[in-house]
Design a protein around this ligand. Structure first.
Ligand SMILES: [Zn+2]
Length: 368
């Protein structure tokens, strides 16, 4: 009994130490400067699979006809995703690390722990004359895309988030979220404001060629339809369109593409939903990789903000030749998520690092 009790106490103290260690965020970067031998890219495409852990990625191996585009990457790292407020991050804090480098509280959209706005990568590069684009299969006001162009203290402030779009300087937007522009509680029509700021506003279908001016493509009132409900090739085609447009900029570009609904499949504990969203994301990686291969000056980074669902591809315990996908939560999990990179600068993303280092590495690579 005594032994059991002391063992229990040891375990308890170990658990306490472990918890307190994890909640202290490592702020220092593993690198402070780019090694001279590393070639810097002109452009970066950041593709975020929301809620995409390793099991989600693995579905591309088991459920895709043909070789997954994930297998075309040669540099793989792991990202530690905890937010500053919680061991398990939400998508707002999870995206704010990529857009601003700040580990912040769950729910924060590009603001720090004190709700002070932090400049986003999009704002900074836009000021330097680079082209920028944001694409999502959620509404453009949802946590991940919002964190790249808006600053609000709470992710649910969709109408306030929308108000940042006209002055965002973003050259290409595509996703859902039309109703937050033109069916607002304050009665304002922000589509008119977008037009006044020089945006072409497109709400019917994805154009075949990019606009000469800045453009915003809004193809759903809120989130885009699920793949299983006929979204089709919106994500790969919007990515192709954005690349055609942004690559015309002599100074370079930054494009953020989110496979938003991999996360929603996880929250719904709906494996078929998740798999179809993941395969759509994999197809989009193909578009980015093909562009980068031809372009030669583009770094592609593929990662997730966190894992969703505690998803596993387990056997049923009897038949080891049969995969029975299952979930252990309808929320997020705290496992590390993979970081796939390809192109100039990819070698910086080897190893294990805090999620906000992805931001600082991108910014260092953009520093000329
Ligand atoms: Zn998320």
């Amino acid at each position: 009994m005594k032994i059991k009790l002391s063992l229990f106490l040891i375990l308890l103290s170990f658990a306490t130490i472990t918890t307190s260690c994890v909640s202290v965020q490592v702020k220092e970067n593993t690198i402070s400067a780019i090694p001279a031998e590393v070639k810097k890219p002109k452009n970066i495409i950041l593709l975020i699979g929301d809620g995409m852990g390793l099991s989600q990625v693995s579905t591309a191996i088991y459920y895709k006809d043909g070789k997954p585009n994930f297998e075309r990457f040669h540099t793989i790292g792991l990202s530690k995703t905890s937010s500053a407020s919680d061991l398990i991050t939400d998508s707002a804090a999870g995206a704010t690390v990529f857009s601003t480098g700040a580990k912040t509280y769950n729910g924060a959209i590009a603001v720090d722990m004190d709700t002070i706005p932090r400049p986003t990568i999009v704002e900074q590069l836009s000021k330097r004359g680079l082209a920028t684009g944001i694409i999502a299969t959620s509404s453009l006001q949802h946590a991940t895309p919002a964190s790249f162009y808006a600053h609000v203290k709470s992710r649910s402030m969709y109408e306030d988030i929308t108000a940042f779009a006209p002055n965002s300087g973003v050259n290409f937007f595509a996703g859902g979220g039309l109703k937050f522009f033109n069916k607002r509680k304050d009665g304002k029509d922000l589509l008119m404001e977008m037009k006044a700021k020089g945006y072409e506003v497109i709400t019917d279908q994805l154009p075949k060629i990019p606009s000469e001016s800045n453009e915003i493509i809004l193809l759903a009132q809120d989130g885009m339809p699920k793949m299983t409900e006929g979204r089709g090739d919106f994500l790969p085609n919007a990515t192709k369109l954005a690349l055609e447009k942004l690559s015309k900029n002599e100074k370079g570009f930054f494009l953020m593409v989110e496979g938003s609904q991999i996360d929603w499949g996880g929250h719904n504990n709906d494996s078929e939903y998740l798999i179809q969203e993941l395969l759509d994301f994999d197809k989009t990686l193909g578009v980015a990789l093909d562009f980068a291969k031809q372009n030669g000056e583009t770094l592609i980074i593929v990662t997730a903000d966190h894992e969703t669902g505690g998803y596993t591809l387990a056997s049923d315990g009897k038949d080891y030749n049969k995969i029975k996908p299952s979930f252990s939560t309808n929320g997020h999990s705290g496992t590390m998520v993979p970081v796939f990179t390809e192109g100039p600068g990819a070698s910086l993303f080897n190893g294990i690092f805090e999620s906000n280092e992805i931001y600082s590495k991108m910014m260092m690579l953009f520093d000329k």
